[in-house]
Design a protein around this ligand. Structure first.
Ligand code: NZQ
Ligand code: ZN
Length: 390
């Protein structure tokens, strides 16, 4: 096991009607002027926004609002938010929504006190030295941004999707009420499930040895998601199933499953090019790319992939590790299909003829080698996209 530092200061407030505590929590963390940030309107329609506003008013917390963050969030909204925060002297951003709203809140939080262009944190790897405080009221279990220090933003000009991270971007608190997820369209629920599984699997496949605790924890999280996913798809108002999925999404990405091991993340980078180019939902892109990456990797490290197939999917062991590995990939694909997700380029709406462009953009943006379990070259990436296009 590698040395590690694990720092996860977020206060999670989980359960029914917890959004009514937003005002009290903001006061507890000394918020003086809050920006309430939201997306395309689901939180207005559901009445969540007015409940949150009421909670702030009850505590006398001063706030302004900004809506219109879109999925695969854009830099343009970040600039708008930075200007607003500077003008109104905002010191705290409360993101009410999913990963896109939370990631935008984090980008604004880092950008507002910074003299240069916030994009420097994303494309130049500039360190974030100060940030406004961020907190969340989560409405979709998926990206795990409610418990992570990461943010992913797309630059509209040129459609470049890049991420950054800093402990300063970890939310101060995250309010998580599973009931809020009842209104999710089934496709968004399914995409969220694929994303959280991917967050575990990006950490699971590693060359680091002696990491039984995080491997076993990862397998448990995956098995929980596999068990609860059909329940939430068939019974969208099943509280316990929604609650289990919601907390699984947080554990999947708050770092617990990755400590002490080298993480991979190639599949996320392969996917980010798809969501940048076609504006597809991140989780849907992952449902296509993860099985393709695994199929390719079954030749490289059949033992690790076979272990995953046996322990997560219950595939019987055999001496032919590659065959076991490929059965695990098949099980994952069948699972994604069963909850209504695409598993090929065609089903996603991606085009085989764009593979050259995808490979070029991936390696031009992210470097000649991508990932760690196997450091992918341009040729590797091309083959993986080709498997996805089959
Ligand atoms: O915009 P509104 O109207 O709110 O609708 C949203 C949006 O259309 C809707 N929605 C959310 N909660 C709802 C709801 N509709 C009805 N009822 C509810 N309760 O769902 C749609 C998707 O929302 P979005 O915030 O985009 O989803 P998600 O949480 O999946 O976030 C995706 C973004 O996060 C990034 C992805 O790349 C993508 O840009 N990621 C961020 C990460 C991080 N910060 O650590 C890691 C991830 O790997 C990921 O890359
Ligand atoms: Zn993801």
């Amino acid at each position: 096991m590698d040395n590690f530092v694990f720092y996860s200061p977020t206060e999670f407030v989980f359960g029914k009607e917890t959004e009514s505590m937003a005002g009290k929590l903001l006061k507890k963390y000394s918020a003086e002027k809050v920006l309430l940030l939201y997306g395309g309107g689901s939180v207005i329609k559901s009445g969540l926004m007015s409940r949150v506003e009421e909670s702030l008013k009850n505590e006398g917390v001063s706030y302004i609002t900004l809506g219109g963050v879109q999925p695969n969030p854009l830099d343009t909204k970040v600039y708008e938010g930075i200007e607003l925060c500077r003008k109104d002297k905002v010191d705290f951003i409360l993101a009410v929504g999913g990963g896109s709203v939370i990631d935008t809140a984090k980008a604004i939080a880092a950008g507002a006190p910074y003299d240069g262009d916030f994009w420097d944190f994303y494309n130049k790897g500039m360190a974030i030295n100060s940030a406004l405080k961020v907190a969340t009221v989560l409405t979709i279990p998926a990206a795990g941004s409610e418990g992570s220090g990461n943010s992913v933003i797309t630059k509209e000009e040129g459609s470049i999707k890049l991420g950054t991270g800093s402990p300063l971007l970890r939310p101060v608190f995250s309010v998580m009420n599973p009931v809020l997820t009842y209104t999710l369209p089934p496709y968004q629920t399914a995409c969220g499930i694929a994303d959280m599984m991917a967050h575990v699997m990006e950490r699971y496949f590693t060359n680091t040895e002696g990491v039984e605790i995080s491997s076993r924890l990862s397998e448990a999280v995956l098995q929980t998601i596999i068990k609860e996913a059909p329940v939430v798809m068939n019974e969208p108002e099943n509280y316990d199933a929604r609650a289990n999925i919601m907390w699984a999404g947080t554990i999947a990405h708050n770092g617990t499953c990755g400590v002490g091991r080298e993480e991979d993340w190639a599949t996320h980078l392969l996917e980010h090019e798809l969501s940048a180019l076609y504006n597809v939902t991140h989780g849907a892109g992952l449902a296509v790319m993860f099985p393709a990456w695994m199929t390719y990797l079954a030749d490289f490290n059949p033992d690790m992939l076979a272990q995953y197939a046996v322990r997560v999917w219950g595939i019987p062991e055999s001496d032919d590790k590659k065959a076991v590995a490929l059965k695990g990939v098949e099980a994952l694909k069948n699972f994604f299909s069963s909850i209504g997700l695409p598993v090929s380029f065609k089903e996603l709406g991606a085009k085989e003829e764009d593979i050259d462009l995808l490979v070029k953009r991936l390696h031009d943006n992210k470097g000649e080698k991508v990932g760690f379990f196997k450091k992918l070259t341009r040729e590797d990436s091309r083959k993986i996209y080709q498997i996805a296009a089959r």
